[in-house]
Design a binder for this molecule. Structure first.
Ligand SMILES: [Ca+2]
Ligand SMILES: [Ca+2]
Length: 491
């Protein structure tokens, strides 16, 4: 209970400081600038009701937010793993520009990224009250938000785990799924939502930038039984897959996305009859985190800020649950890159669905634009304000996702083009193949489409920073096999 005392006492001090330090004119100008509520979800793919990624997705609160704003139904991360995706979002730089491709290092270790003012730091500089809780940056949320304003806490991060794993006894400690703990109030995400609700009930003398980062459905996919009960095991539908889907992929594409990963193999899942159970746990985790989102949104609705707050909800990347014979993130396919992205802003149209590509990298320039603040020259994202005003407004550039130098996906409204560092390519037509089962790269009919997407590949690539993470290891394992293959071909 000690954190409650801290939260209750701090805003009084802050408001006293603001009352005595801000002149009256600035005080009134500050009032008209919109507040920001940024909601981050960890590892949530398109298994969200409004995105129709799974027929049994149950996310009424996220769906209701989409109805109050614009749903970017073709939104993608810039890296399919937590740290580089969040680093990209917070700096509006591509991984190929910053060198942050994998789980480490942080923004400060990139000579390019550390020159960029991060999203919350920019808002602090603009005089906003900056607050956050949970997972926002990958590991430095507490440090960053404490320096800029207030960090409510991680509340136990990935949450309580049983003394002995429930399901997957081997492997990474976080990889487990099932019903745990007993009560929803024990879940860190619900405590983070409670903290955010309290933050929204307070009074502020300047506009706020409130960031709330939830941990589910990231592994461990453990949630109390009440959430599993909303998705009964015997009724679970498995994702649609094609048995020979991987046959039209290059050896490199397969190696990069399966070698040295920490998730169970698809073979293990099927051999142990756990596919259905893991799908149940993921759907249940998504429904649980949706309830946490609902708590925050209801608090906003009940607050004095409801008419003057921009709400942005996103997930940091997608997640495979057996599609393309694999599990988890770290792929350049739709399952790995597609994310929920919803923006609701005062005075803009509601209930819009935008099918043009959008990137998480666009969030930062969009917020600056919506707040009437000057753009950052080095930003590589673009403002989504035209699409927020009219979902049909044209967008000229596709969106890039990167998994190590030389490995990029280029997503436009209709197509996904992928090029790997071995030179192999893939092309998928989302008008006819939303599961990306048929690689059209070798069909000469589409050579102009291929070329139109190829020209958006990054022109230069920063060397890989950091070492040792799963992403680094998967990349290196695929590289070794590629070199071996090239050597044997040369003989
Ligand atoms: Ca993540
Ligand atoms: Ca295929």
């Amino acid at each position: 209970m000690c954190f409650l005392g801290r939260i209750v006492s701090r805003p009084l001090n802050i408001s006293l400081i603001l009352i005595f330090s801000i002149p009256n004119s600035a005080f009134s100008a500050a009032q008209v600038r919109p507040n920001i509520l940024l909601i981050a979800i960890d590892d949530l793919n398109d298994w969200v009701g409004c995105l129709k990624g799974h027929p049994q997705a149950l996310t009424p609160n996220i769906d209701a937010l989409a109805a109050r704003g614009t749903l970017f139904a073709n939104a993608h991360c810039q890296a399919p793993v937590c740290q580089p995706s969040r680093a990209s979002l917070m700096t509006s730089l591509l991984p190929s520009s910053s060198g942050i491709y994998f789980l480490n290092p942080g923004i400060d270790a990139s000579p390019v990224a550390r020159e960029q003012i991060t999203l919350p730091a920019r808002y602090a500089r603009e005089g906003y009250q900056v607050m956050g809780a949970g997972k926002l940056f990958h590991t430095t949320s507490g440090q960053v938000f404490s320096q800029l304003g207030e960090y409510g806490g991680g509340f136990g991060y990935f949450g309580p785990q049983p003394a002995k794993k429930i399901t997957y006894q081997q492997g990474h400690p976080l990889w487990d799924w099932g019903a745990f703990p007993d009560e929803t109030k024990q879940m860190p995400d619900m405590q983070i939502a409670d903290w955010a609700a309290r933050a929204l009930s307070r009074s502020y003398d300047s506009p706020f930038f409130l960031a709330v980062g939830f941990f589910r459905p990231h592994v461990p996919m453990l949630v109390p039984q009440e959430w599993m009960d909303k998705h009964p095991l015997d009724q679970i539908k498995l994702p649609q897959v094609s048995a020979d889907d991987v046959d039209d992929l290059s050896p490199y594409a397969k190696d990069l996305t399966t070698r040295h990963h920490v998730a169970p193999t698809h073979r293990w899942m099927t051999d142990h009859n756990e596919w259905q159970h893991a799908v149940q746990a993921y759907l249940a985790s998504a429904t649980f985190v949706d309830a946490c989102v609902g708590k925050v949104l209801r608090a906003l609705e009940a607050s004095r800020y409801r008419e003057n707050t921009i709400v942005v909800l996103f997930s940091d990347h997608g997640f495979h649950l057996g599609e393309k014979q694999r599990w988890a993130k770290r792929s350049l396919w739709e399952d790995g890159t597609r994310v929920p992205l919803i923006i609701s802003a005062p005075g803009l149209p509601t209930g819009q669905v935008c099918t043009q590509a959008a990137g998480l990298i666009d969030i930062y320039p969009t917020l600056l634009d919506l707040c009437g603040m000057s753009a950052e020259k080095k930003h590589e994202g673009v403002t989504l304000k035209p699409q927020l005003e009219n979902a049909q407004a044209p967008r000229t550039t596709p969106v890039i996702t990167t998994f190590g130098p030389g490995n990029h996906a280029v997503r436009s409204e209709r197509w996904r083009y992928i090029r790997y560092r071995d030179g192999s390519e893939e092309l998928y037509d989302h008008h006819h193949d939303r599961h990306e089962w048929n690689n059209l790269a070798h069909d000469p009919v589409w050579k102009d489409v291929m070329q139109a997407h190829r020209k958006h590949l990054p022109k230069s690539e920063h060397p890989i920073l950091g070492k040792g993470s799963t992403g680094h290891q998967a990349f290196e394992a695929a590289e070794m096999l590629l070199k071996k293959q090239n050597t044997s071909t040369a003989r």
